[in-house]
Structure formats: structure tokens, C-alpha cells
Design a protein around this ligand. Structure first.
Ligand code: HAM
Length: 455
């Protein structure tokens, strides 16, 4: 199940992101494996994922976001229109297919466009604040921290254009990272301007890049003309050097975008969210306007150190056929955030311990009934199956980590009792079968009841 040699294998650590996979298909007729770039998250590692998502849900729900579930595949136009035909995500990485009815569909590469599509379709009242936890699919070159199926938690807030909402959203992501115990990460912020100021800036940038064309990376020397902003995002050395001192969009903002950006910075400072400005942060999606932001973990490799990112997308609702409606949100990569936690020794989560392990060597009916009774009373109870020996069942009880074993043998069956054996120190004793729940509760509370049946 695990492939230790696979560079794409998510972190092990104290739970990491899961059991990685080196690739399906290469092994001829041997057992099939999860596809390249995907990974399984098995129990008990998945406990950490559950806690991660539950913690996220609790925090964003306090801020008025509600869970939204949308299909994992969408009409391909949802992504083409919003993210942009020329983006790597749509042009190179999307899992597109035709279904048996000939519809062009795509597995979602991200979570924003589907929420906006759903908003346009159903028009819930504004402001509409949604959160999600979802797999996302991108045909990328798999490596540590980069998968073909990764998972995101995220929020989208539709309606207000208020810069204080930007502050709220960014602070929410920051607060969530802090709540995981992460400390070694940074936040960069930029403004993409809007339809009024960005086109003029793009002209300026295009002209500068044309002069320096021979220094750009091969891809952008060819293609910078179509979307010069993408060059700012390029991680290759040539483009990095060229764009270090190009004119900045932040210096070409119109008055409204300037005021918006100033207010965002003021708000982040007021809320004590540390950030830096990064004029090259354009984030590869066409839908962004005004505020963009990204969180990077310093413990991760620079190429995959973004643990979360987002921004404002005030035109996306229109792009998907709705009325002008501003929006802003972020997505956090669960695998990457957990890798960052591993690197910092943060967010250790152990599965909650079992309360009781029921051992039955008298035919199994007591195990069946007592386990059911304990579980419906809200306790965590497990049992052995298949009529195994007392020795084997006790061993399983020990291994389970349960606080106590309840043992039923022929003697207990005859006398209507159960033997309660604490597994972490303490005296074994006999308790009446019909007081088993009270006895277990008392033992969990640390005050064993006097059974009166002898010990
Ligand atoms: P994104 O930056 O493409 O933004 O993805 C969000 C996060 O998902 C990244 O910061 C990273 O942690 C994680 N991620 C992305 N691709 C991969 C991958 N191949 N393997 C592992 N983790 C990955 C969005 O998707 C936008 N929808 C965010 C947003 C929401 N903007 C506005 N609202």
C-alpha cells in the first residue's frame, strides 16, 4: 500500500497526508494500485484529516459560512470561462472527458468556479457565504506536495464588495493556520486592479516585456503577448530576473482599487495579521480582481510551499452568466498544510481511545448485546468476532488501547454478571449484567461503583 520510493508520497510523520502511490498500470497483471499522483488516506491517519476539516468547519461557521456541496464534475465551460482558456490549469491540467451522452465535462480542478456556478443557478440571498471540503484534480507532474488529486478546504463569500470582507477572509485563513499550531509561514498580498485600471497596466507591462523578450524563459518569450501578467507568476529564473523591476500594478491602480487595497492593508494590520506586499502575485486564474493573497510555509520546498491562496473575483459571477456580484474566497491545500504541520511537529492528532473492549467466550451473544448497549449510550466500544479464544480476545483488548475490558465467560453468564477489568491499572471486579452501563461510566469517571457481587 505504501511506496517508500515514491517522491510523490505524502508525508508520513505523525499522520501526514496519507499512503502515496507510485503509479498504476506499470506492473502488468499484478494487483492494481491507486493512480499516479493520488494517495489513500487510511485510518488512523484519517483521524487527523477529520479533525482538520472539523476544526475548519467550526471556525468558518462562526464567521457565517455554511457548507456547500457541488458535483465533483461540471460542464467544462464552468472552468474555461472563469479560470481562462490560456491558463495552465485549463489548458494543460484539467481532467476533461465526454460522458456517454456526449457532454463535455471536467473533474473540478478547484472549488471556486463550481460554487459560483451554483450561485448563478440557484440565486440564494446575498450575502452568500459558503465553505467546502473537496478533492481537486489537476494533471500535474506529481512530486512531494503536488498531486493529481489533492484536497482543499475553502470559503467563498459572494455579494459585498467591502474591503473589510477581504480582511475577514484573509484573517480567517490565517487564524486557521495558527489554530493548527503552524508558525513558520508567511502571507503575501497584492492587488490585481480591475477592468478600469488593469488593461492600461497590462499595456505598459507588455511593452516592457517586449523589450526584454530575449531574457524571458522559452515559453513566455513565445507567449507573453497574450497575457503578460502570467510572466509575473513564472517561477523560471529568466522571467524572475526580468520581472524583478518591471512597473508594478500596485502603482497603476485606479482610485477605487487603490482605496480598496489601502483599506485591506489597514484592516490586516489592525487585526494583527502579518503580511508583505508582493507585486508579482497574480495567481494564474483569470477571474481575480483586486485583492489576491497566498500563504507559504517556509518548511516546504519553494516549488510547493503554497499552503493556501485566494482573492477577490468581482467579475466571475458575470462570467458564468449571473448579474454583477462581487466575490472573494480562498482555498487551503489539506495535504500541504499537513506536510507543513509535520515539518513543524504541529497538529498531532491521535484517534480517540476506545472506552471498552468486550470479550465473550460464552457464545458471543453477550458481546453482541453489551456492545450495542454501550454504543447506543454514546460510549466507544469494540469487540472480538469469530469466537476466538480468551487469550486471543484479551490480546486484542490490550492492543485496542481500550480503557477496560468487559469479560463474559460461562461463569458470568450463569451468575448474570460481567467481569470489568481495567486495562490501565486497577482492580478487576464483577458487576451485575444489568448495571453494566453505570459501572463502565463510573470506571471511566475514575470512581468504581461498589458492586456488592465481590471482586
Ligand atoms: P490554488 O492556489 O490553485 O487556488 O489552490 C489552493 C491551494 O491548494 C494551494 O495553495 C495549495 O495548498 C493546494 N494545491 C493546489 N494544487 C495542488 C496540488 N497539485 N497538489 C497539492 N496541493 C495543491 C485555488 O484553487 C482557488 N480556487 C482559491 C480561491 C478560492 N480563490 C478564491 N477563492
Amino acid at each position: 500500500m505504501n511506496d517508500e520510493s515514491d517522491p510523490a508520497r505524502p508525508a508520513g510523520g505523525n499522520g501526514g497526508a496519507g499512503a502515496g502511490n507510485g503509479g498504476a498500470g506499470a506492473a502488468g497483471d499484478s494487483a492494481p494500485r491507486a493512480p499516479t499522483g493520488t494517495h489513500d488516506v487510511l485510518w488512523p491517519e484519517s483521524t487527523r484529516w477529520e479533525t482538520f476539516v472539523a476544526g475548519f468547519a467550526a471556525q468558518v461557521e462562526r464567521a457565517g459560512f455554511g457548507l456547500a456541496l457541488t458535483p465533483v464534475f461540471e460542464d467544462v465551460r464552468v472552468f474555461r470561462r472563469g479560470i481562462g482558456e490560456g491558463s495552465d490549469l485549463v489548458g494543460k491540467e484539467m481532467y476533461e472527458f465526454s460522458d456517454r451522452g456526449g457532454r463535455r465535462l471536467a473533474l473540478r480542478p478547484e472549488g471556486t468556479a463550481p460554487i459560483v456556478r451554483a450561485y448563478v443557478q440557484h440565486r440564494p440571498p446575498l450575502p452568500y457565504k459558503a465553505w467546502y471540503a473537496t478533492p481537486s484534480f489537476r494533471y500535474e507532474r506529481p512530486q512531494a506536495g503536488r498531486y493529481r488529486q489533492h484536497h482543499q478546504v475553502g470559503v467563498e463569500a459572494l455579494g459585498p464588495a467591502d474591503p473589510d470582507l477581504d480582511v475577514e477572509v484573509v484573517a480567517l485563513a490565517d487564524g486557521f493556520f495558527r489554530s493548527l499550531g503552524l508558525a513558520r509561514y508567511s502571507l503575501v498580498v497584492n492587488s490585481m486592479g480591475d477592468d478600469r485600471c488593469r488593461p492600461a497596466y497590462v499595456q505598459v507591462l507588455r511593452a516592457v516585456l517586449a523589450e526584454r523578450r530575449d531574457q524571458l524563459c522559452d515559453e513566455h518569450a513565445e507567449r507573453f503577448d497574450a497575457n503578460p501578467l502570467r510572466v509575473l507568476d513564472c517561477k523560471r529564473e529568466g522571467c524572475r530576473a526580468v520581472t524583478a523591476d518591471v512597473p508594478r500594478l500596485a502603482d497603476h491602480l485606479c482610485d477605487d482599487c487603490r482605496a480598496h487595497f489601502d483599506r485591506v492593508q489597514e484592516g490586516l494590520t489592525a487585526l494583527g495579521v502579518p503580511f508583505e506586499l508582493d507585486h508579482r502575485l497574480v495567481r494564474g486564474f483569470d477571474y481575480y480582481t483586486r485583492t489576491t493573497f497566498e500563504f507559504a510555509a517556509s518548511a516546504l520546498d519553494a516549488a510547493q510551499n503554497a499552503i493556501g491562496g485566494g482573492g477577490r473575483y468581482d467579475r466571475l459571477v458575470e462570467m458564468l452568466g449571473g448579474p454583477p456580484t462581487p466575490g472573494i474566497g480562498f482555498g487551503i491545500g489539506i495535504e500541504r498544510a499537513l506536510l507543513a504541520c509535520d515539518a513543524e511537529g504541529a497538529f498531532p492528532v491521535d484517534p480517540p481511545p476506545l472506552d471498552v473492549f468486550v470479550v465473550d467466550v460464552a457464545g458471543g451473544r453477550s458481546a453482541r448485546d453489551v456492545t450495542a448497549q454501550l454504543r447506543s449510550a454514546g460510549l466507544r466500544a469494540e469487540r472480538a468476532y469469530d469466537g476466538r479464544s480468551m487469550r486471543a480476545q484479551l490480546k486484542a483488548a490490550d492492543r485496542s488501547g481500550a480503557r477496560m475490558a468487559l469479560i463474559v465467560g460461562p461463569g458470568e453468564l450463569d451468575s448474570g454478571t460481567v467481569t470489568l477489568r481495567p486495562l490501565r491499572g486497577g482492580e478487576q471486579r464483577s458487576v451485575p449484567r444489568d448495571a453494566v452501563l453505570e459501572s463502565v461510566r463510573a470506571e471511566l469517571d475514575g470512581a468504581p461503583l461498589e458492586s456488592g457481587v465481590g471482586t
